[in-house]
Design a protein around this ligand. Sequence first.
Ligand SMILES: [Zn+2]
Ligand SMILES: [Zn+2]
Length: 352
Amino acid sequence: MGNGKTQLACLLLFCLLRHTAGFVFWTAMVEISYVNNQNETTDKYCECGVFGRNSAVERVQGLVTVPKGDPKGCGSNPVYNRNASSPPWIALVKRGNCTFSEKILAAKHQGAAAVVVYNYEGTFNSTTHMSHPETKGIVAIMIGNLQGMEIYKLVQNGTDVNLVIDVGSPHGPWMDAYWLYFLSIAFFIVTTASIAYFVFISANRLYNLRMHRRSERRLKSEAKKAIQRLQVRTLKRGDEETTSDTTVCAICIESYKAGEVVTVLTCDHIFHKTCIEPWLLERRTCPMCKCDILKALGVEEEDKDGIDSNSPPEVTVITVAGGDALYEVPLTDASSPQYYDNRSFEGEPARG
Ligand SMILES: [Zn+2]
Ligand SMILES: [Zn+2]
């Protein structure tokens, strides 16, 4: 059973990996450098970009250029004051109004070396994995809104911002914090459920065992009292039982002698008192005619605690690693002697 579960889990994981293999994405290293008001060179660096799904994944460098009018950079008219003959430049556009493909194509047509799209306002520094199927061969990355706005303002103020985009590291869904979180939660739930199930089963079994033992004890004391009510005789010399050689106590196979105490059962069969009493406590029936003596005395075997006495005993199978079950130990019938069935003898010829 445990094996089957493991196989199922492996299969699921395999399917998940196969299904999500196409969603691997690359992060981008983003480095900006510019000269600030105090004439100092500022250099900032972070692994905060994500390459678009259809982007070339390579290093690009250039001067940041923003659209002339709308920072979203949509439309087919020339949107930048640049052309291909100027030094390499990178378009910085805001997400929205038109598709990623349109923005990227508009910049590409005017000779941009790469396109950086920054996210909507209010999304802080979160990014998405852009899809832009109409553009091929140009680097396009997305960065967070706050990072994008910072660069945008610098460029608007007339600062020359030099930007370097470099390849970061690959990420798959299973490497994401989200998936790690999801998998941890799933693992936690499965583990908790298994433990809870195990505890429930164990508690239930223990409870049943205790109830069973209690009812057995009660039954035994009832049976003892009932047996006391059976007729008892002391054999005398000349009694029919002492003279006949063929009349023996069926339990000890001894013939009766004068002075011995015998018990007469409800079926009129007689046995030594010391022989029949433990027998009845153990088996209830007359050894000769199988008549249920305790039932005849009003001691019912029927269990009032809801344990089905007809059900097969619960069996614990003790196994050794990799091997077959060695012993089967009946758990519920603690009062009767336990028989150990050693299966390693199965292969041998029957003895005797
Ligand atoms: Zn006997
Ligand atoms: Zn009998």
